[in-house]
Each structure stands twice: as C-alpha cells, then as structure tokens.
Write a protein that binds this ligand. Sequence first.
Ligand code: F7E
Length: 313
Amino acid sequence: MVRGQANPHVARLRKHIGDVQLTTGDLLDQGSLISAVERVQPDEVYNLGAISYVPMSWQQAELTAEVTGMGVLRMLEAIRVVSGVGQSRTPGPGQIRFYQASSSEMFGMVRETPQNERTPFHPRSPYGVAKTYGHYITQNYRESYGMFAVSGILFNHESPRRGAEFVTRKVSLGVARIKLGLASELRMGNLEARRDWGFAGDYARAMRMMLAQDAPEDYVIGTGRTQSVRDLVELAFATVGLNWRDHVVQDPRFTRPAEVDLLCADPKKAREQLGWEPEVGFEELVAMMVESDLRLLSSSSRPEDEPLSPDHW
Ligand code: F7E
C-alpha cells in the first residue's frame, strides 16, 4: 500500500519488487483503508507502516502517535468492518490474518535481560509509546473479536536497503565513503548503546511463519546476541582495514533526549514454536552492508533516490 500523490518511494519499490501490485491508502485516513481492504480482499495484512526513526518521534510526537499508534487501530477497524466482524459475529475460517510490526523499543528501560514475550514494557520515546499502543490494540482486537491478529516484537533488523539515518547504514555508508576517499570522518552519537542486530530477510521470514500458525500468538524475534554501537563501528572499519579511532568523532547532535541502553532478545518461543532461526550473523551482516555501499558509491549508475548523506533525516 502506498500513500500520497506522486510518492517518490514508488520508483524505489518498483526497482526491488517490480511485479508487486501497489494499491493506495493512508494510515491517517480510515475510509481509504476500508476501500483498500475491500478492493484487494487480502488473505493476510502486514502492517509495517510507521514513522520509524526514533529521534524524529520527539520532533513530530503527535504525528508519530497518529501514524505509528492510531494507524494500527484504523487498519484493524478496516479489516473488522470489511469482514463484517462485531460483538455479535466472530470471524469464521478463511478470515483475514493481520500482522502488526511491534518493536523492541517497547521494552525501553529494560526490566530484565534478555527480553521475552512476558517482559514488561517501559518505552523511552514517543515512537516506543506509539508502538506499545499498537501492540495492545492488536491483542485487544484478538481478544474482543476473535480476529487472527498477531504482534511480532522485532528487534533491530538491518540490510543494505536500510535508510541512511539508522545507525547500521549510517556506519556502512560512512565507512565506504572514507575508504573511497570521499570523506575523512564519521560523526556519531552514543557509542555505548547496545542492540540485538539481525538481518531483515531472516525477520521477514519470521513474520510469514507467525501468520501461518494455527493460532494467533505474539513472538519476540531477535538473535539473542547484543553488541554496542562501538562494536559496530570497530567491526565495520576493520572490514576495510581501517581503524575506527582515526575517523569516528562523537557529536552531541546525535544523542537522544532519553536512550534505550540495552536490548537483547530471548527468541526461545519463536525457535520452539515456529522453528525459526536467524541465518545471518552480525559479522556477516556488517560485511554485507559495507560491501554493498562500497559497490554503490563506486558505481557510476548511482540510483538518484538512494540517500547518500549519512547526516540526512
Ligand atoms: O539506533 C545509537 C542510538 O536509529 C540504534 C528502528 O528500526 O530499531 C530501530 O530503532 C542505536 C541507538 O535504531 C547514532 O542512540 C549512536 O541507541 O539505528 P537506530 P533504533 O533507535 O534502535 C527498532 C527495533 C525500531 O523499531 C525502530 O523503528 O544507535 N546511535 N550514534 C545512533 N543512531 C543513529 N541513528 N545515528 C547515530 O549517529
């Protein structure tokens, strides 16, 4: 689903998934979602739509609540209305299955490590708060109407297609620029924050597995390993034979009003019930991203819509 007039992301989508049919709709517009569900008559709906860059959620907190939080309610309502489900009528077999992209940012100031499906939430940003609403409203529609609605609590998942504002891609682009002599320094925020980083392809596989189960349940998806931003930069520079200490500059402009210090998944339930295992490890992921950006920046046919400035957001 794409929104807006002349949306510039359409060209980028076409490049990667040319054979996918796009339909219009906007998470801010209930009627447009009802029309989209009516038009497409989907078997499954995956809601990954969000304002997803955490720092932006402090600058546009209300919009984040509307898109990232209320957008989930509107999507659930669209499915409920089109399916004719209500208090008097529960969905039958063949109902539309709904996946909500919940986030490890809901754990925020973590109460225990590693984090599992029962770990309490303490979100630390307007983004985390909005995702927490989306998580609970998904559970509530499952419990209220018997809908097949599941939440995947996904930890950070990355790939060469990640936006340049997120830390892994900012680092891989920065390392490639420095290696190619296009820049000399990389300005970073908090190097001590720790994340459980995995490969987006592995996580997309988990989403589909969740909707293929007999019963709707929520799952934590992550690798169970945690690394610091410092580990990330050290490894990324080392893959091209450079020492990060010669290039990384700490810049307070990139620190956040409230930080999530440590995230580490306990993916036991996904492993046991879904049979899901990540296939790409952290080292392989970082090498994949740095190599891809070296190729991208070296090629003369650089795509125009590729965000090249690591400072942009
Ligand atoms: O930051 C630190 C920063 O922006 C990771 C989203 O997909 O995953 C993502 O959220 C960490 C933070 O991702 C810079 O302070 C240091 O501790 O890559 P990030 P995120 O905020 O963890 C979750 C699961 C989502 O749901 C979100 O939508 O890296 N950090 N220096 C920096 N981060 C950035 N972006 N830029 C820096 O210069």
